[in-house]
Design a protein around this ligand. Structure first.
Ligand SMILES: [Ca+2]
Ligand SMILES: [Ca+2]
Length: 277
């Protein structure tokens, strides 16, 4: 029998080392198996989802550009300009505005009988507004101050473009004023024509008005008295009476009352000229 070249002690040690290694491997495998079972029984909590992000704000919808026509002209009779208070309609950017006041002279007084008179453009567009305005196409337009029958006043107008500073009757802007109740306007694109109507007593229009001729027919009679009787007014106030008919305001003081009756009474049935006290 062949004898091993290794001593029995060495063989025994090798055998123990192998056995210990096998035992360690078995323990590690057993531990991993237990961990896997534990994970299967207790899965890790899910991670929180990220909070939702806010949606981006909607972008502003581009609006249709609006063009505000220029405001009305200077306040008649006032020393300072009023801030523009134009209408807010959306109009084509090249539109033109014809605007202005109707005033009583002297002094550009914002009162009747000018204030409520009608102004027409072309002549299909008319308005009694004070101030008045027409938003229209650029170019030529004819604007008319509508004179009622037997109005008793002469009419002139003052006109400037893209400006409101030409209506001073005392220091008139050259070319701004002209007589007559109609005016041709060359309305500028994207601009405005400032057109005021001025009414004033003119002896050539109603020669005997100061004597009591309310209807300007050249005689002073009961018809004129009837006009005085039916249009009496004392003054204009915000809450009170409003004078609208000044045909019988024979002394032109802005009232139709007893002093005007005295004028009529003095001059009735006379031939020109009546002598007033
Ligand atoms: Ca008369
Ligand atoms: Ca009067």
């Amino acid at each position: 029998m062949k004898k091993s070249k290794f001593p029995p002690k060495i063989i025994g040690l090798v055998f123990m080392v192998v056995m210990v290694s096998l035992l360690g491997i078995a323990l590690v495998a057993s531990q991993q198996t237990q961990e896997n079972r534990s994970r299967a029984a207790h899965p890790p909590p899910p991670t929180n989802p990220p909070p939702p992000t806010n949606p981006p704000p909607p972008s502003n919808t581009p609006g249709v550009p609006t063009v505000t026509p220029p405001g009305p002209s200077n306040t008649p009779g006032g020393p300072t300009n009023t801030p523009p208070v134009g209408p807010t309609n959306t109009v084509p950017p090249t539109a033109c505005t014809i605007q202005g006041f109707k005033v009583v002279m002297p002094g550009n007084q914002n009162r009747e009988p000018a204030r409520s008179q009608m102004v027409c453009s072309d002549p299909s567009h008319c308005t009694n507004a004070q101030p008045y305005s027409f938003v229209t196409t650029p170019g030529s337009h004819t604007v008319t101050f509508v004179v009622p029958p037997n109005f008793g006043y002469a009419v002139s107008s003052s006109l400037c473009y893209n400006s409101i500073s030409c209506h001073d009757f005392v220091k008139p802007t050259p070319g701004a004023f002209t007589t007559g109740a109609s005016r041709d306007v060359e309305c500028p694109a994207s601009g405005y024509a400032d057109l005021w109507w001025h009414i004033y007593r003119d002896p050539t229009v109603c020669p005997r008005h100061k004597e009591g001729d309310a209807n300007c027919d050249g005689t002073i009679d009961g018809v004129d008295y009837s006009i005085w009787l039916n249009t009496q007014c004392y003054q204009e106030t915000a809450a009170g009476e409003t004078c609208k008919d000044y045909r019988a305001d024979f002394n032109d003081d802005g009232k139709v009352y007893d002093d005007d009756y005295k004028v009529w009474f003095t001059c009735r049935r006379t031939t020109p000229q009546c002598t007033l006290p």
